[in-house]
Design a protein. Structure first.
Length: 619
């Protein structure tokens, strides 16, 4: 089938791996980028590291912004260049074939005026009908290619989002609510629809205008003037309204996502608003965002109206002028009746094509805006990935922290000049009051946050030199910021690792007390957990996360309050497993459990982001 093929997956791999994304341009050769069917006609001349942009504009910033957006769109379309080339090929052939209608009518009228019905006339009628049929078939083929492009766009961005989200730098996205930011993925629908309109209508309209003007110039040179006037007016419409149209489209989209994001926030904290006392806060804030959307949408629509009214006025003038000129030429016998009728048909086709291009501007704005919005998440900074592999060994890893300072923002440091050494195979307890920096420390040790001052060494190698994936493949982590996801209990524990057996899960489920919950459901480990664990007790969620951290038999464990809130019998079983079964592993546990601390080799007490004391137990 033409709809699904191997090419989207092949291109997807290139897209995800980063190969073939950038547009490579030689610095020694002049290149011309003629973007006639986007917001304006732009000529970009590149020569020996200098860029000259010949753009008629009012605001340089908006021109640069639009150019950036255009380049992003060209990067998207680059993956579809074979399909787009075929679409343009079909458009050119269809444009030539469609000229058979006015030319055929011209010849048929000549035969009719002769007062006879000949074989040639019948043949001409048949050829005109065949031409219409062929043009229709070519359009169907274009639609098939468009459908293929639409599916490939959706597949590519779906996998790109899935691949990018886990790689985001947490510190850079801490100021965003990621589920709301991911909503930009829905702009793929706008991109699909807009691309189909642009690739179907714009090429066909452009070819009809060009071929139509060429045909009219053969009838009489005066039509060349009208053709040039048509192009100039079209250019002026685009150049005077293009910047503002894109700007208002962006503003409209921003408010659209603000409305959607706030509605999502109301749904997230539904009980808060449900039990509020006669509060209309949610209505008032929604009203503010909706008002902003309506204002920006109205501003955008005014620009579209200006373009449409300009088109209507111009269409009236050009049709009137063409009819008058055509009539004069006919009276002066400079053209015959057949040519007059054919020229008027061509003129109507050209005007219709111009109208189609102007009407398509709304789709062009939507496409450019969609490309910008979709890339908002994809352009966020990613984690730094080194090249060194953390080799799996039977013994645990050594850790050394040297003069480490860290803050979630530049204004305030959470950790200040931390220094300590953890030998391989040590059992470490990190203690301290709330806001002492314990959680932040364990996140740094896990590689979750990378932009810190100082040095963290794993096996005497800086953590930044490691491939972060190899570190996470060798450690078990339980952090307070972790969550369960929608899926079965098994999926939440194994996260796609099919090598884990039910015996392993059962063993750890018995220790943590999760087995009792699993056995209470007939689905067992296939019991479906709802998003964010709604209706699940917090202790069940913690047990699932704890089993997840232990199941891979990691060389290093980083656990944050692993048994807080759990039943006493399971606390003892978990501690016994960690202390007795995981000998030789490096274990770091954040807890104020004094009894557990006494069984650890090293006890680090923190206070206000600094190390207060380090105690060594001789066990």
């Amino acid at each position: 089938m033409f709809l699904l093929c191997d090419s989207p997956i092949v291109r997807l791999r290139q897209f995800v791996s980063g190969r073939g994304i950038c547009i490579t341009i030689s610095q020694k050769t002049h290149h011309y980028l003629f973007c006639s069917f986007f917001n304006t006609f732009i000529i970009v001349m590149l020569s020996e590291r200098r860029v000259f942009m010949c753009i008629c504009q009012n605001y340089l910033y908006m021109a640069e912004k639009r150019m950036s957006t255009l380049l992003k769109l060209l990067e998207v379309l680059k993956f579809e260049k074979s399909e787009i080339s075929s679409i343009y090929f079909y458009a050119i052939i269809a444009g030539v074939v469609q000229l058979s209608l006015p030319l055929g009518i011209q010849s048929i009228i000549s035969f009719v005026l002769g007062g006879t019905i000949s074989t040639s006339m019948v043949l001409l009628i048949a050829l005109v009908i065949i031409g219409v049929l062929v043009a229709g078939l070519l359009q169907v083929n274009q639609m098939k290619l468009i459908e293929k492009i639409q599916q490939q766009l959706f597949v590519r961005y779906a996998f790109k989002y899935a691949d990018t989200i886990p790689k985001l730098n947490l510190q850079d996205v801490d100021n965003y609510y990621l589920p709301e930011l991911v909503n930009r993925f829905f702009d793929t629908v706008s991109l699909q629809k807009g691309i189909s309109k642009i690739l179907l209508d714009i090429p066909a309209a452009s070819i009809q205008i060009i071929f139509g003007l060429i045909l009219l110039s053969f009838y009489h040179p005066v039509f060349i003037f009208f053709g040039l006037l048509l192009l100039v007016v079209l250019y002026l419409i685009l150049i005077t309204t293009g910047n503002k149209g894109l700007q208002t489209s962006m503003e409209e989209s921003n408010y659209k996502y603000k409305v959607a994001g706030y509605l999502q926030e109301i749904a997230r904290v539904i009980t808060t608003f449900k039990f509020s006392r006669n509060s209309s806060l949610h209505i008032n804030k929604t009203d503010d965002y909706v008002s902003g959307y309506l204002q920006s949408r109205t501003s955008h629509f005014k620009i579209l109206l200006f373009q449409y009214w300009t088109l209507i006025v111009f269409k009236l003038l050009i049709i009137s002028a063409m009819l008058i000129v055509g009539a004069i030429l006919l009276v002066d016998q400079q053209i015959n009746v057949g040519q007059f009728i054919a020229s008027e048909i061509v003129i109507l086709m050209i005007i219709g094509s111009v109208e189609k291009m102007i009407v398509s501007l709304d789709n062009i704005y939507d496409v450019l805006t969609s490309v910008e919005k979709i890339n908002k998440l994809l352009e966020k900074p990613k984690e730094k990935v080194g090249s060194q592999q953390l080799i799996h060994a039977n013994a645990g890893f050594s850790l050394e922290v040297k003069d480490v300072s860290f803050g979630y923002s530049s204004e305030k440091l959470i950790l200040k000049d931390l220094s300590f050494n953890i030998p391989a195979g040590s059992r470490v307890c990190v203690m301290g009051a709330n806001s002492a920096g314990k959680s932040t420390l364990i996140r740094l040790l896990s590689g979750a946050y990378q932009d810190f001052e100082g040095t963290i060494l794993i096996n005497n190698i800086p953590i930044s030199n490691y491939d972060i994936r190899s570190i996470r493949g060798n450690i078990g982590v339980l952090l307070s910021i972790q969550e369960i996801f929608q899926g079965t209990i098994k999926e939440n524990i194994c996260i796609g690792n099919d090598a884990i057996s039910y015996e392993q899960m059962n063993y750890l489920a018995e220790i943590t007390g999760l087995k009792q919950f699993v056995d209470s459901h007939k689905e067992g480990y296939d019991f479906e957990i709802k998003p964010i664990g709604n209706h699940l007790p917090d202790k069940i969620v913690k047990k699932v996360l704890l089993v997840r951290a232990l199941i891979h038999n990691p060389q290093m464990l980083l656990l944050e309050e692993p048994w807080l809130g759990l039943e006493e019998q399971y606390v003892k079983q978990i501690q016994a497993h960690i202390l007795q079964k995981l000998t030789g592993k490096t274990i770091i546990v954040v807890t104020n459990d004094v009894a557990f601390a006494d069984q650890c080799n090293l006890v680090i007490e923190m206070e206000r982001g600094a190390v207060k004391s380090i105690k060594t137990n001789n066990l």
